[in-house]
Design a protein around this ligand. Structure first.
Ligand SMILES: Nc1nc2c(ncn2[C@@H]2O[C@H](COP(=O)(O)OP(=O)(O)OP(=O)(O)O)[C@@H](O)[C@H]2O)c(=O)[nH]1
Ligand SMILES: [Mg+2]
Length: 335
């Protein structure tokens, strides 16, 4: 069953792809098997995260970017992830309507995911869904998520290039500064450049960037290299790109910025570093939960409660509590 699904998916069957993502989304038992079979086929897609405050125009931008990529003969998958909605709700329905002119193009695949009550599991679901899309052979995967705090930071961590989208008229401050998501930006987008206040948004972002990069901010994302430093030490300075997503303006420049960032990461070996680091974090996360699960299977609830009580009574400190539990697990007796 899963073997058939996997081979159909690898042959470009869209229904198999949709099915595989549903299984991954549910974190179904067969999902593990499918992911294991698909994993050797991953690693070729360029993954772009698109985040920003609600209503800044992320979906409109994604729509415009897809068209631009298609003109360059790239196939594109879009994953719209909404960490704020427990179900596939209104916002995503809106996206469907905004992106409906893309349906019917076989070089484009669009999918939305919501939390469905999997607390904290969305980052994992997203990572797995991206793996599935990667294995399906899409050149570019765009992951859109609304700026809602830590969850979207975790979600965009899947990406190689992260776009943070700002728009004028959403309040006094630049939204990304408030949410603290500026640090994750590889490219900053000032969308709704047709609206009043766009210049102010742009200026605020540039000022923030200059604080983060003491050297004068250079032009669009060029590498700032001093003659004595090699390419390894060159820092990427996020370019600030103006767009009017609804009119498709500024999109070519945005795509160029994404491509330059890709080239930068490839030339400096950053892709390798990012990949290895991601594998490490993922491994540590899985190890933590597996080791904890095993430990808790080897000691009884009562034993854990006794240890908690001893810490509570200040008889032992938390570090000793860990040692005691590990000793119990190893020897099968209380120390
Ligand atoms: N004037 C103007 N309006 C825009 C522009 N881009 C998007 N909009 C409008 O802004 C509204 C929100 O656009 P979306 O693309 O849904 O924004 P979003 O960031 O995806 O929204 P959420 O997913 O709900 O967070 C829509 O009514 C768009 O038509 C732009 O460049 N200029
Ligand atoms: Mg949207």
């Amino acid at each position: 069953m899963s073997a058939e699904l996997v081979s159909a998916l690898l042959e470009g069957n869209r229904r198999a792809l949709a099915k595989a993502i549903s299984l991954v989304e549910k974190q179904d038992d067969s999902a593990h098997e499918i992911l294991a079979a698909l994993f050797p086929h991953t690693g070729d897609a360029w993954i772009v995260g698109v985040t920003g405050a609600p209503g800044t125009g992320k979906s409109s931008l994604v729509n415009a970017l897809v068209k631009c990529y298609r003109k360059r003969d790239k196939t594109v998958a879009v994953l719209a992830v909404d960490p704020t909605s427990p179900y596939t709700g209104g916002a995503i329905l809106g996206d469907r309507i905004r992106m409906q002119d893309l349906y019917g193009d076989r070089g484009v695949f669009i999918r939305s995911m919501a939390t469905r009550g999997h607390l904290g599991g969305l980052a994992l679901q997203t990572t797995d869904a991206v793996h599935v899309l990667d294995a399906a052979g899409y050149d570019v995967i765009l992951v859109e998520t609304v700026g809602a705090g830590q969850s979207e930071v975790d979600i965009v961590r899947t990406a190689y290039t992260t776009l943070v989208v700002e728009a004028p008229g959403l309040g006094d401050d630049v939204q990304a500064i408030k949410a603290g998501i500026l640090e994750i930006a590889d490219v900053l987008v000032v969308n709704k450049a047709d609206r009043p206040g766009a210049q102010n948004t742009r200026r605020a972002l540039k000022a923030m960037l200059e604080l983060g990069h003491p050297k004068p901010v250079a032009h669009h994302g060029r590498l700032e290299q001093t003659p004595t430093t090699g390419v390894d030490t060159a820092a990427w300075i996020p370019p600030v790109i103006d767009t009017i997503a609804t009119e498709g303006r500024g999109i070519e420049a945005l795509l160029t910025a994404i491509t330059e960032h890709e080239r930068y990461l490839r030339d400096t070996g950053g892709v390798v570093k990012l990949n290895r680091e991601r594998i490490r974090q993922d491994l540590y996360g899985r190890l933590r939960s597996t080791l904890l699960r095993r430990l808790l299977a080897d000691v009884t609830d009562l034993e854990v409660e006794v240890v908690i009580n001893r810490v509570f009574m200040r008889e032992i400190d938390p570090h000793q509590a860990v040692e005691d539990l590990l000793t119990m697990q190893r020897d099968g007796i209380s120390p």
